[in-house]
Design a protein around this ligand. Structure first.
Ligand code: 13P
Ligand code: 13P
Ligand code: MG
Ligand code: MG
Length: 395
């Protein structure tokens, strides 16, 4: 009999926050913990961890029910309903922001929350990293993930680990035409980058090891699939990564966030470009121009379907303590670099490339301005068509 697959899920939503788009109220997180503790006792999920980045509530869950499961998604839906109710009772900002429908239909896809889920046979030791981000978009992961999976100067494992050397398959989504393609690295590395460089259209959904180790990482892209043809890219994204032994190591995944200041779309009104600011969830309040785009990286070992962190042996879910990678002082300089780069981008004010291109703006007044001016715009070709004085003289 094939070994049973464990599923690791993050389901996330922003359902309101204290002071603009800053952070959920602690009672909203507490309500989610209680609901998930109840589901754990009922045997629906094996384990869970509730956290946040900026104003987004992130529910980490482990279970044996597979991806897109009605009970697991239903548990998350209930958490967000309860948290929305609390947010509304406190008149918090944008209460219920990511809840797009009143009726739950068995899955959060299309209902507003984002999700990333992966299923695999648990290895003898299974280190996991959970990246969670605020004020950006799913394609923001394309730059760090291509550094990790395509660049041997980032990931030495691509050169010295025989299984990693076999390469990786990339599932890439075309947001505009709602289609996907699987491409193989290293053979198609340059073509993969050719697509992913256009972050307004293409995003990584999954990366799978070609050595047979299974999935390497998965990114939440729900809203991208929601409305093909219309830009709905802004959706604070999460990414789950499996590490080591044929996959990139923990440190290979975290390295790009120190070596490179990465510009990503989506901060301030979903319409600006700023630099990824790696930090602890505790430091993830978007305090400068609603940003810079925050990213946190939390680590757990999987232990027979349970999340093993630093908590005392045998303690129940909700008391977990993950390893907080970006909370480390090692990332101090990266944070300084992020603020410096973000300030430089802000020096451009409302001009590109500080703001996103026309088709990517979350909202814009430009069509109204153009409409208001329609009788004042003068067609310059028509104005030029008269015979000029010089021509008259020649006649
Ligand atoms: P250790 O020898 O400390 O287990 O490290 C191995 C490794 O691959 C670190 O990336
Ligand atoms: P959120 O998507 O995090 O709610 O941010 C909205 C925004 O654009 C704040 O400037
Ligand atoms: Mg918000
Ligand atoms: Mg947010």
């Amino acid at each position: 009999m094939a070994a049973e697959k464990v599923t690791v899920s993050i389901i996330k939503a922003d359902v309101g926050s204290v002071v603009g788009h800053s952070r959920p109220h602690p009672s909203m997180l507490q309500a989610a913990k209680e609901i998930l503790a109840d589901r754990q006792k009922a045997g629906v999920i094996e384990d869970f961890y509730v956290t946040r980045v900026g104003d987004d509530i992130n529910l980490f869950m482990t279970h044996y029910r597979g991806e897109g499961d009605c009970e697991v998604h239903g548990a998350a839906w209930e958490c967000f309903q309860k948290a929305t109710k609390i947010a509304k009772s406190m008149k918090l900002y944008a209460a219920g922001q990511d809840i797009l429908t009143d009726a739950f239909s068995g899955n959060v896809k299309g209902a507003g929350p984002g999700s990333a889920e992966m299923s695999f046979v648990e290895r003898g030791s299974e280190p996991l990293l959970f990246f969670i981000a605020d004020k950006t978009e799913p394609s923001a992961y394309s730059l760090p993930l291509t550094r990790v999976f395509l660049d041997p100067f980032t990931t030495t494992g691509l050169v010295i680990d025989a299984r990693a050397k076999k390469g990786f398959d990339f599932e890439i989504h075309d947001v505009m035409d709602n289609r996907k393609v699987v491409m193989s690295a290293p053979e198609e590395a340059w073509s993969i980058l050719s697509l992913l460089g256009d972050t307004s259209r293409y995003a990584i959904k999954r990366v799978e090891a070609r050595s047979g180790v299974g999935p390497a990482c998965v990114v939440s892209t729900d809203k991208l699939n929601l409305t093909a043809g219309k830009y709905v890219g802004k959706d604070d994204p999460v990414c789950i990564c499996r590490c080591q032994s044929g996959l990139p190591s923990v440190g290979e995944y975290t390295q790009p966030f120190i070596n490179h200041t990465m510009l990503v779309g989506g901060w301030m009104r979903g319409s600006h470009i700023g630099a990824f600011y790696p930090c602890s969830p505790e430091d993830s309040d978007p305090t400068y121009f609603d940003g810079p785009p925050r990213i946190c990286c939390l680590g757990f070992q999987l232990n027979n379907g349970r999340l093993q962190g630093l908590e005392p042996l045998g303690s129940l879910g909700g008391e977990h303590t993950p390893v907080d990678f970006f909370g480390s002082s090692t990332f101090d300089q990266a944070r300084i670099d992020s603020v410096k780069a973000s300030r430089f981008m802000r020096s451009q004010g409302p001009f590109v490339p500080s703001i996103l291109g026309a088709e990517e703006m979350e909202y814009t007044s430009r069509p109204e301005v153009v409409d208001e001016l329609k009788d004042r715009f003068v067609d310059m070709d028509a104005a030029r068509s008269g015979v000029c004085d010089h021509d008259k003289d020649v006649e």
